[in-house]
Design a protein around this ligand. Structure first.
Ligand SMILES: Cc1ncc(C[n+]2csc(CCOP(=O)(O)OP(=O)(O)O)c2C)c(N)n1
Ligand code: SF4
Length: 307
């Protein structure tokens, strides 16, 4: 696995000059993923969403690799089709290079509208890595809730008001849904832990076959926090067990990091505007429900890892 010095010596294939907000975690995901991919050629695609929109404003692009625009729903279908064509060309001897295929999508494009395309691509066994940068809402179109939005979070379509105190439902566990496909490699990582993420990208690409990594990506605009806290909020999500770092390799579960002492979820939530209303005493019960859910999910994951 490449160390920091080696990674830093590689040229960036996702470059600066794009139009993301200062402190955006999505662009960190793309940059580190392409650095981790190493010297082999990469073909990338990205579902419509913040990452695609900020990085590909014609006639400019931040992608220094062949890049294909995808619609909101079909990033996985796009790259799986290209990979299938590549295999055919390789069989015919037209292409001889060893090429890697990477698809990116936000949580809206992955947990919601792109789930069918993703599930199909994983099930068909394409040699591709799908990376979901999960900022927990549809940020590009104005912060609408997705099925990845956590309970209690205020978004423009799950506002805090008289009727509801932010999103009513718990978030979907997509990582487990993809793990249930029985593919070679599934993992969760986070913006704020470059070592964990780049190792997982390297591992996913080296394994061959379909691979999926969900990366929790703090979004300073949608979450409401000062831009310099992006990495810190990613790490705090791990320290509270909200977002465990784990992997499922050939069906075997492994937790990659266990906090010495699990921090209360409020330490993470109360640094973000989207949860501000939950500080009010009348919302105490919601906080307790959220904490209980996190503890239960961690316990369930621990059992799968034989902890
Ligand atoms: C079929 C379709 N419906 C709606 C849209 C409008 N749209 C573009 S991006 C987007 C939200 C993207 O959200 P997400 O995937 O979470 O990525 P983010 O913007 O948060 O990075 C929506 C609703 C679209 N492009 N296509
Ligand atoms: S809204 Fe969020 S995800 Fe979109 S560019 Fe800004 S920080 Fe990045």
């Amino acid at each position: 696995m490449a160390n920091l010095k080696e990674l830093a010596a590689r040229g960036d294939k996702f470059t600066g000059g794009h139009r993301a907000c200062a402190g955006c975690g999505a662009t960190i995901v793309a940059r580190q993923a392409l650095l981790a991919a190493g010297d082999k050629p990469v073909v990338a695609t990205c579902a419509t969403g913040c990452l695609e929109v900020v990085s590909t404003i014609f006639p400019y692009t931040a992608w220094d690799v062949p890049f294909i625009h995808s619609a909101f729903e079909n990033s996985a279908a796009t790259i799986s089709g290209v990979e299938a064509a590549y295999k055919s060309l390789k069989r015919q001897g037209t292409v001889t290079e060893d090429i890697r295929f990477m698809a990116f999508g936000g949580d809206g494009g992955t947990y919601d509208i792109g789930l069918q395309a993703l599930s199909g691509a994983m099930e068909r066994g394409h040699n591709m890595l799908y990376i979901c940068y999960d900022n927990q809402a549809y940020m590009n179109t104005g912060i609408q809730r997705s099925s990845a939005t956590p309970k209690g979070s205020a978004t423009t379509t799950s506002p805090n008001g008289k009727k509801i105190p932010g999103k009513v439902q718990f978030r979907k566990n997509l990582t487990e849904i993809i793990a249930a496909h029985g593919i070679p490699y599934v993992a969760q990582s986070v913006v704020g832990n470059w070592s964990d993420f780049t190792k997982k990208v390297e591992k996913a690409l080296a394994k061959g076959g379909p691979a999926f990594i969900a990366v929790l990506q703090p979004c300073r605009l949608g979450w409401g926090y000062p831009p310099e806290l992006t990495a810190e909020l990613g790490r705090l999500a791990v320290e509270t067990n909200f977002w465990p770092l784990y992997e499922v390799e050939d069906g075997k579960y492994k937790i990659n990091y266990t906090p010495k002492e699990r921090k209360p979820i409020t330490e993470w939530m109360f640094q973000q505007e989207r949860f501000r209303h939950l500080k009010r005493p009348e919302n105490q019960a919601i906080l307790e429900e959220i904490q209980k859910d996190i503890d239960l999910r961690w316990e369930t994951l621990g059992k799968k890892c034989n902890l």
